[in-house]
Design a protein around this ligand. Structure first.
Ligand code: ADP
Length: 499
């Protein structure tokens, strides 16, 4: 069994730090790579060693395979962890790492290749009887044939890019008249985004929920699942609030979907951490969507409810160890909710916002975890993903986790950039979210920027009222207790700055 002594993390930001923390606890030395824009970044300061790999644009730094493998060689690292994004789902990178005599902390390259194509993934999964959304299993290019198929499936349908990701190359078609135009758009979007214009057709499931399963496989043929995460709160088909467990799965449905997820992993000889995504329709039928062959952004909610450090498990598996538990031994402990704090303006169609974090104060307290890569005074670089932090709250029940999240959002102080914090509070307070009766159309259905302003104004009014009440109380009791007005003042300044 190989043992990892020094690990290079081919990533930046919160995920680079998160991986390094677990490596350090395992007694493994860490190597950071960084672009010129990240010289002062926390992952660089945290690592035992750091290597500059090029100028700020990702294509000249974090995406340069040879340079990153070269940095591993220079520093005598024996393994590479790719994090998420960048090269994490690049089969050629995984191969090059292995060919350089290093350990890739991830799945086998062949599995990345199969699951990297949505069509190849569907074909592999169908052999293991995993339910698929009705649709084509081959790319379609002939428009009249495509229309015939769509009619058979029944509108609305979805045209999807086989190489797709990040919601790109995806088009909803409501009727035959729109078909040709939308198909041309999907093909050209897929060609420019992925260099591969092949598209296929799927039934558009109206009002679905996005439910994904965390799976783990080892190199000895064992595969388990670590339950589900619900990620139905999305903007632009991209997740912004996640939770585990889902409020709609019964133990029976969980067991069925978990088994299907394990079968998807088996269909491509998978090992290490992976995520199998499904959509669940209104009648609780589930369909396989795709598999992500890496650690997910939202993996902490699974860590909170299982008590398992997924990065440590990834490292152990890469070293050749067996999964140290059996499926039956796993239990769900309480409930975890995650919000992604992006430097984005929810009032302006979630447009990325860049700037300096003038104030940056994390919330504290029992059951709150903040994974980030920033400090007060740092700037959000314009070159990369605008995520500032992930905040995860864990409690005994879903309701308690939501209440804790609302408290934590109120305590999180960020000025200098617009953030999704206010939007996330809107979600936490919304009746549809709280009752568990929501789907992927939540944002389109319920969110309007005016409502956000209203909730901010409501909070500001509440704060003014409580400050006044405290003052009246203080005067009435002739007390000297100042400590209440401190946080209230800071908080209102923060809120005023954000509007
Ligand atoms: P990407 O890889 O581009 O993120 P996915 O296949 O993972 O694309 O889908 C992203 C999101 O798009 C899903 O979470 C879901 O909200 C929506 N979606 C995908 N396929 C369908 C479908 N057939 N019907 C309805 N919604 C879908």
């Amino acid at each position: 069994m190989a043992s990892i002594k020094k690990l290079l993390i081919a990533n930046r930001g919160e995920i680079a730090l998160r991986v390094m923390r677990s490596a350090r606890e395992l007694g493994i030395k860490t190597v950071a790579v960084y672009s010129e824009a990240d010289r002062q970044a926390l992952h660089v300061r945290f690592a035992d060693e750091a290597v500059c790999i090029g100028p700020p644009p990702s294509s000249e730094s974090y995406l340069r395979m040879e340079r990153i493998i070269g940095a591993a060689k220079e520093t005598n690292a024996d393994a590479i962890h790719p994090g998420y994004g960048f090269l994490s789902e690049n089969e050629a990178f995984a191969k090059a790492v292995i060919n350089a005599g290093l350990i890739f902390v991830g799945p086998p390259p062949k599995a990345i290749e199969i699951m990297g194509s949505k069509l190849a993934a569907k074909n592999a999964a169908s052999k293991f009887k995993v339910p698929l959304v009705p649709g084509t299993t081959e790319p379609v290019s002939d428009i009249s044939k495509a229309k015939r198929i769509s009619k058979e499936i029944g509108y609305p349908i979805l045209i999807k890019a086989s190489a797709g990701g990040g919601g790109k190359g995806m088009r909803v078609v409501n009727n035959e008249e729109e078909f040709s135009e939308q198909m041309q758009r999907a093909v050209s979007e897929a060609t420019s985004a992925f260099g591969d214009g092949s598209v296929f057709i799927e039934k558009y499931v109206t009002r679905p929920r996005h439910i994904e399963f965390q799976i783990f496989g080892d190199q000895h043929g064992n595969v388990v699942h670590l339950f589900e995460r619900e990620c139905s709160i999305q903007r632009r088909h991209q997740k912004v609030v996640e939770e585990a467990p889902s409020s709609v799965l019964t133990p029976e449905l969980r067991a069925k979907m978990g088994e299907a997820a394990i079968n998807v992993a088996r269909s491509c000889g998978y090992y290490n951490a992976g995520t199998v995504e499904f959509i669940l329709d209104e009648n609780k039928n589930f369909y396989f969507l795709e598999m992500n062959t890496r650690l997910q952004v939202e993996h902490p909610v699974t860590e909170q409810i299982t008590g398992i450090d997924l990065v440590k498990l990834q490292i152990k598996i890469a070293e050749g160890e067996k999964i140290p538990f059996r499926q039956e031994e796993l239990k769900i402990h309480g409930h975890a909710v995650e919000v992604r704090v992006y430097a984005e303006d929810p009032a302006n169609n979630f447009l990325p916002d860049i700037g300096t974090l003038k104030t940056y104060r994390r919330p504290q307290g029992h059951g709150i975890r903040v994974d980030d890569g920033f400090e007060e005074g740092m700037s959000i670089p314009f070159y990369y993903d605008p995520m500032i932090a992930k905040m995860i709250c864990h409690a005994d029940t879903r309701e308690a986790a939501i209440e804790k999240m609302i408290r934590a959002i109120d305590e999180f102080q960020i000025t200098g950039v617009e953030t999704t914090l206010g939007f996330c509070k809107f979600v936490m307070e919304h009746e549809a979210f709280r009752s568990g009766n929501f789907d992927t159309m939540f944002v389109e259905q319920f969110f309007k920027p005016e409502l956000l302003n209203k909730s901010v104004i409501d909070s500001a009014i509440a704060i003014i009222a409580s400050t006044l009440a405290a003052k009246v109380f203080e005067e009435a009791t002739n007390g000297t207790s100042n400590h209440d007005s401190g946080p209230a003042e800071t908080s209102s300044r923060w809120k005023a700055n954000r509007t």
